[in-house]
Design a protein around this ligand. Sequence first.
Ligand SMILES: NC(=O)C1=CN([C@@H]2O[C@H](COP(=O)(O)OP(=O)(O)OC[C@H]3O[C@@H](n4cnc5c(N)ncnc54)[C@H](O)[C@@H]3O)[C@@H](O)[C@H]2O)C=CC1
Ligand SMILES: O=C(O)CCC(=O)C(=O)O
Length: 462
Amino acid sequence: MRQLTKIESTQENRSRANDYVHEVYELIKKRNPDEKEFLQATREIFDSLRPVFAKHPEYIRNGILERLTEPERIISFRVSWEDDQGKVHVNRGFRVQFNSDLGPYKGGIRFHPSVNTSIMKFLAFEQIFKNALTGLPIGAGKGGSDFDPKGKSEREIMRFTQSFMTELSKHIGPDVDVPAGDIGVGRREIGYMFGQYNRLKGGYEAGVLTGKDPNHGGSLGRKEATGYGTVYFVEEMLNENSLSFKDSKVIVSGSGNVSTYAIEKALQLGATVVACSDSGGYIYDKNGINLDTVKRLKEVEQKRISEYVKEHPEAEYHEDCTAIWSIPCDIALPCATQNEIDEIAAHMLIGNGLKALGEGANMPCTIEAITIFMENGVLFAPAKAANAGGVAVSAMEMSQNSMRLAWTEEEIDERLKLVMKNIYESCKTAADNFGKPGNLVMGANVAGFLKVADAMVAHGIR
Ligand SMILES: NC(=O)C1=CN([C@@H]2O[C@H](COP(=O)(O)OP(=O)(O)OC[C@H]3O[C@@H](n4cnc5c(N)ncnc54)[C@H](O)[C@@H]3O)[C@@H](O)[C@H]2O)C=CC1
Ligand SMILES: O=C(O)CCC(=O)C(=O)O
């Protein structure tokens, strides 16, 4: 971590920093008026960075904020495909290549009907800071399509994914841009994309995608990494405050990749997980949900979470997934999607005794909800830091692919734990150095920013 405390932050520097941040934010609003998720993500960062610019006028001179908030490249393309009945469909594909100062663009692919430019840009923007925090050599990107995988047959998913990759393949490569999974994209879709990429290139480029099956070039531990990493990070934060997962009551939203393995690790650390959800509703079991059933329903049978109560009549199912936050708990892990916790949910959780929250999903809490948590003394682990374990193990997959070898599960887990611990320490130190001890939101934003800003200065104005 850089030595930051020696530089004076004078009144003049502070007001120049405020003016700079204000001017750039106004510019971004003007340039991207309809991109509410992107504006939300930038606003949260900007609020943290004022003190940094007061101490580092060189970042203002180098136009870091203007450059950091404009993607290096946005690729948008048509994805045509044929369904099982022979009907032709057209979806829109995206890849936002946001920043390459620390390494090849790196970030997941999302298939969900809500995907649009704003959501792609917010996710790729968040990825800049998250990837920087890992300390690994990866830049930032994100991609996806407004394709809805729900209700599609196996062959339809394959045809769509191949068509998507036929265009995307022109823009990626092991040293250029390395996509992975996100909502709606797991090992199966990565497998189809990998097959299609190599078919088009006429070779075998192992490092072009991560999240592959460990039997076919993937890393052990990648599937578990985001969920496990989130719990490791939260456990660091809890321990610092003489708390732990042991004997605590936990709620995890979602029941996909991140949620499943966050639940698994929380259980291993002695917690009781009383609720989880999908986009249709949530299940609640006061004695603790059965993870084996959730895994089978979701990973194998691809069913709705409502099916759970057929096998566990002692549990309750409620439609309206947002009501999951009305259940009393000590620790909440939102692991489903953006803005799933608003002010109302935040007040409910606090009223029911919430002690800590860890963001497994990207930007699951609104800015207003974050403020409420902080003002009420809830320990808060922000997504950029807490869910960085997934991309960290992706970077490890890239290393293994380059070396043409495979590390063991234990080796990956040790490395993941260390990365999460280091991220926690960097966030804590940055928050201390900038006068907001314990504020990990500010700490994550500042620590990630400094890493990438220094690289941008070193690489010249471009
Ligand atoms: N897969 C990864 O390695 C990483 C994922 N993330 C983030 O974690 C979140 C979840 O991603 P994955 O688990 O990969 O996706 P997934 O597709 O495996 O699972 C998403 C889950 O969320 C549920 N869901 C969607 N909207 C919901 C809503 N409004 N309320 C309740 N449940 C809802 C879905 O039914 C599904 O169970 C996303 O925000 C993603 O960007 C972040 C870092 C890495
Ligand atoms: O593993 C990766 O490259 C990307 C993970 C991701 O999309 C994320 O961290 O949000």
